[in-house]
Design a protein around this ligand. Sequence first.
Ligand code: PLP
Length: 441
Amino acid sequence: MENTLKPMDAEQLREYGHKMVDFIADYYKSIESFPVLSQVKPGYLKELLPDSAPNHPESLQDVFEDIRQKIIPGITHWQSPEYFAYYPSNSSTAGFLGEMLSAGFNIVGFSWVTSPAATELEVIVLDWLAKMLKLPDQFFSAGQGGGVIQGTASEAVLVVLLAARDKILRKVGKKSLEKLVVYASDQTHSALQKACQIAGIVQDNFRVLKADRNSNYSLCPEVALEAISNDLSAGLIPFFLCATVGTTSSAAVDPLSELGKLSKAYGMWFHVDAAYAGSACICPEYRHYIDGVEEADSFGMNAHKWFLTNFDCSLLWVKDQRPLVQSLSTNPEFLKNKASQENAVVDFKDWQIPLGRRFRSLKLWMVLRLYGLENLQSYIRNHINLAEQFEQLIKTDSRFEVLSGNFVLRFAVGAPLTEEKHIKEAWKVLQDHATTLLRSI
Ligand code: PLP
């Protein structure tokens, strides 16, 4: 029993922790040797692992061996420099160290009192980010607003939808739930649809407005206005409009200013989802993509996509936290404490769905401190530059057109290890496929 792993022995942690860091470092070093997309068949792992957990401890060496032989083949390598699917999901040394520290402290910071540093660091770091993004003053913690870290953009849109729903129902009466209408373009992420399902919005009252190539796949304010007017005439109640900066399919940008003004004119909550592209707006030359965010009630950006912060870390700002708290607060006896009761602190449990919450601000803080704004800007610029090089490669091949309309090839550059050679290799793969395809028709 001498050598078995105890739950929390400092010296064992040191020894095993070093081995794990070495393992991960070696994985990153050899990541290009793996096929980016896992090649296993469904159910492969059941064949390889025993039916029950072991009765007696096994060695870390044996576990590492199984990770090499059985787990890694079933990994799709999101950190590979040749990964261009979906959207980036950045890991970084700073983000990873922050995750490690968060796992080490393992606090559950739902209320300020459960670890004051967790709440206060989150408030400060979200203010730092708001400053980097030049968000309007109302999104800062000094007033009624502020930022909070959610697990995902899906949770972010859900909590603001619930806040908006309850806010309008307080005005028009609870019985009007089935008259409430939500608006977004057909390019909007399906997270909004899921949020509507959870929030009890009648399925037919989720207006998925057409955005096509004529508007570069962005939502036309005229189209939104027409839908709103029709709904008002039908006795329905428009209450929520979601715009996207950087849609999932084609990185389209909705016109925030016009849509925001429209929302305001009709007393609707205006949410801006910049989950994917928002990171770029820390660069002055790309900040204009969120011009009009001044009109928004809430704004979201995923630091876990393209901002070197390990999953999960979805940032949400609201101009007024009161509707959120009104919708999501509970106050059972066992959570009462002096600081909360005196209203002297923020309790983030009231800004989110779960009670428990991880110390996620640590990793974002470490990313901001260990890289600094200038390096983060260069990081974004480098990816945009690589994407532009890819565009140039496309233009040299007459068989391809850039954004020709109906068929769009989605190629997301944003992995931390990606360099020019990976872009060229990816282009070669695409060209080879095009040649095969054209030969077959
Ligand atoms: N919104 C946009 C624009 C996205 O690109 C994504 C990415 O998947 C999401 C929402 C959903 O993000 P999450 O996985 O954090 O819920």
